[in-house]
Design a protein around this ligand. Structure first.
Ligand code: BES
Ligand code: MN
Ligand code: ZN
Length: 503
């Protein structure tokens, strides 16, 4: 879809369909809706008065016009004005765009209008474009039958009435396009089946990102991991015939001497559970166990395209977790890169094992902060549900910054405690730690385990096991891979406020 930002009066434009919003609790019509209504002799007002259209969030009504250059007006509800927030704009516009796409319309238009004074016109435009681009996502590369039935919008015209705000809106639209395409790229990576998205394939994707300006890529092979002593990562990789890869993407948007932020993502391209094998039901969804790693790749990609003035390193330990005659086993003890030893209680708690070495490796950069993303525990889905990430960490200021990014992006998260008491559960009788703390507080003990490898660096862990894979459609995320974490991280980086005093 091509997005064109144009200056002018939207009521005068010829297009197949125009999206127009309305608040449920606003009496009468305002702004563009009002002037359109006047030009079509009260047709919009009639729809509302009759009760056919009530303005409830994401409820819609389609109007064919006779007296206007636009062939159709799609009214979309924003809900109650008193309950409005910017995320509802993403939802409503996503819904509207999907309706028009499904009608097989190819050219659609909308106007950027301020629905609420708390957000600027640029922020408004950014949310609208994100909603449209994210909502329209479809994963189709493996559909071969009736490909001509796949519907797509060719052009979205974005109209701005006011000359002075045009440059701001234009820049905001560009940003939104970069961010949304990074999210949709991550959705593609996560949707890809594990036979098409092996650790080598993932490294191949990183290679593409490595070609962007100011980005450098290194893919560490197993031989070097062995030399360094990354035996925790290698332990997990043993059962697979696919070579493990450790992806290192460095983006230098700041000065060389300036500090660096480390992003670490779990890259299990398929998690069968290993010898501690998982039940068959829904095992196919475990192709998404590299969603954290994919989010890190997407974030580096967007950071480079946005030319963020920061230095960032993205680290993705990538391997499969499979049972075989070579596989690691419960009871095995692994000596991690940090030197600390780990007793394997279950081979299905593999994420924390590969992250342990990746976090230690992150420490080599002396980062000002480490943020890791991982589809780490089923327990997080039990605790917080399908749409909310679990957040844990060792630094209040960094956590607060992540919370602010969450509020702005609508990527919901909730903090869980990491009190010392929980560390008891991951003590091993014969090694330093065990890789499972049992069923109680499973998300927290996983994070407690990770904390042993994050060391003293300000660190936040995000458990994205719930939101990374959606079993139902959401307003701007069709079911399946969601790209969770990408918008959150990019927003966090755009509002970065270091340093973080140790607490
Ligand atoms: N990848 C899974 C966690 C997961 C489960 C993500 C469901 C998304 C949906 C992880 O590797 C895992 O298997 N965790 C175990 C840990 C346990 C054995 C300590 C779990 O959650 O059951
Ligand atoms: Mn597992
Ligand atoms: Zn896993």
């Amino acid at each position: 879809m091509k997005i064109n930002v144009r200056r002018g009066d939207i009521t005068e434009q010829k297009t197949a369909a125009l999206i127009v919003t309305h608040f449920e609790d606003v009496v009468g019509l305002e702004g563009i809706a009002a002037s359109l209504d006047q030009k079509c002799r009260g047709a919009i007002g009639d729809l509302i008065k009759s009760g056919d259209f009530d303005g409830k969030l994401c409820k819609s009504s389609l109007l064919h016009t006779r007296d206007l250059p636009t062939a159709r007006i799609l009214l979309i509800g924003l809900g109650k004005r008193v309950e409005f927030n910017i995320d509802k704009l993403r939802e409503a516009y996503a819904k509207a765009a999907v309706i028009l796409r499904d009608l097989n319309l190819r050219n659609i238009a909308l106007a950027v209008e301020l629905p609420d004074e708390r957000w600027t016109l640029a922020e408004t435009a950014e949310a609208i474009i994100e909603g449209v681009c994210l909502g329209l996502y479809q994963y189709t590369p493996f559909k071969t039958v009736e490909r001509d039935k796949i519907k797509e919008i060719d052009e979205l015209a974005v109209w701005v009435a006011d000359k002075a705000s045009f440059p701001d809106v234009n820049a905001a639209v560009e940003r939104a396009e970069i961010v949304s395409s990074a999210v949709n790229y991550v959705r593609d990576l996560v949707s890809a089946p594990s036979n098409e998205m092996t650790p080598s394939d993932l490294a191949g994707e990183a290679e593409q990102i490595g070609r962007l300006k100011n980005v450098k890529l290194k893919v560490m092979e197993e031989a070097e991991m062995k030399e360094l002593g990354m035996n925790s990562l290698l332990g997990v990789a043993k059962g697979s015939d696919e070579a493990a890869k450790f992806i290192i993407l460095e983006y230098q948007g700041g000065k060389k001497a300036e500090p660096l932020i480390a992003l670490v993502g779990k890259g299990i391209t398929f998690d069968s559970g290993g010898i501690s094998i998982k039940p068959a039901e829904k095992m196919e969804e475990m192709k998404s166990d590299m969603a954290g790693g994919a989010a890190v790749l997407g974030t580096i990609m967007a950071a480079a395209k946005l030319a963020l003035p920061l230095n960032i390193v993205g680290l993705v330990p990538a391997t499969e977790n499979l049972p075989s005659g070579h596989a690691y086993k419960p009871g095995d003890i692994l000596k991690s890169l940090s030197g600390q030893t780990i007793e394997v209680i279950t081979t299905d708690a593999e994420g924390r094992l590969i992250l342990a070495d990746a976090l230690t490796y992150a420490g080599k950069f002396k980062p000002e902060a480490i943020i890791d993303l991982a589809t780490l525990t089923g327990a997080c889905v039990i605790a917080l549900g399908d749409y909310v990430m679990g957040m844990m960490g060792n630094n209040n200021k960094l956590k607060a910054l992540v919370c602010e990014a969450s509020a702005r992006t609508g990527e919901k998260l909730w903090e869980l405690p990491l009190w010392d008491d929980y560390h008891e559960q991951i003590k091993s009788d014969i090694a330093d730690y065990r890789n499972s703390g049992g069923r109680a507080a499973g998300t927290i003990t996983a994070a407690a385990f990770l904390s042993k490898f994050a060391g003293e660096f300000p660190w936040v862990h995000l458990d994205i096991a719930g939101p990374a894979w959606l079993s139902k459609d959401r307003p701007y995320a069709p079911k399946g891979a969601s790209g969770a974490g990408v918008r959150l991280l990019i927003d966090l980086l755009r509002h970065w406020k270091a340093p973080f005093v140790a607490e």
